[in-house]
Design a protein around this ligand. Structure first.
Ligand SMILES: [Fe+2]
Length: 204
């Protein structure tokens, strides 16, 4: 059997779920490669900015690395805008969703809120309050999010900057996304014995 034959989950069997589970684990382990491929699609996507989104992501990660940020933070920097093309109106949710199973919840919060915090540097041009991020001043991730935006994100639009290539960051991304997801993946229970299976199919 290479594919399940059920037409609805109500018809599914243990053997079919075992097959699907094996495929899922392989698919899950290959997610990092697909994320890298998607990051590459941001090349040429500049939308009027001085550098494209790909360069911006690499530059943000380079600055974080050179400032001594830990590996997880560098990976956050590398992916933080990866959702720009898929979800322009709420792009931060994409990177937060990709990394959420593998990283500190405070870093997830940081990614999720980076657009608001970044707005400190441009919201006034849109008639908005540049200090809006201060509503979160007492949040435990406030300081790291301010640093992320002020020192690494908003500064990474410089075409002349000595940005490191993607290859430099790939081992870091592989290590972070290679972690066991928080809570683990659901594990398939053992197949019921023939007698039990028969009893399930043919109740007295
Ligand atoms: Fe950014």
């Amino acid at each position: 059997m290479t594919q399940a034959r059920f037409r609805s989950f109500a018809e599914s069997t243990h053997a079919e779920w075992a097959l699907i589970d094996a495929h899922f684990r392989e698919y899950q382990s290959d997610a990092c490669r697909r994320v890298i491929a998607h990051l590459g699609r941001l090349q040429g996507d500049h939308h009027g900015y001085p550098v494209d989104r790909y360069e911006h992501c690499l530059q943000t990660a380079t600055r974080a690395l050179r400032a001594g940020a830990d590996e997880e933070m560098v990976v956050c920097a590398l992916l933080h805008d990866i959702g720009d093309d898929l979800a322009p109106a709420n792009h931060a949710e994409i990177a937060a969703g990709i990394l959420e199973p593998f990283i500190d919840p405070l870093n997830v919060w940081m990614i999720r809120h980076h657009e608001l915090f970044q707005g400190y540097h441009y919201r006034e041009f849109f008639g908005q309050d540049r200090h809006a991020r201060d509503a979160y001043a007492h949040h435990p991730a406030y300081e790291r999010t301010v640093r992320f935006c002020d020192e690494w994100d908003q500064t990474s639009f410089d075409p002349e900057y000595d940005t490191l290539p993607l290859a430099h960051f790939l081992p870091m991304l592989a290590r972070v996304m290679g972690r066991e997801p928080f809570g683990g993946l659901p594990k398939l229970v053992a197949a019921p014995s023939a007698a039990v299976a028969q009893g399930m199919q043919d109740p007295a």
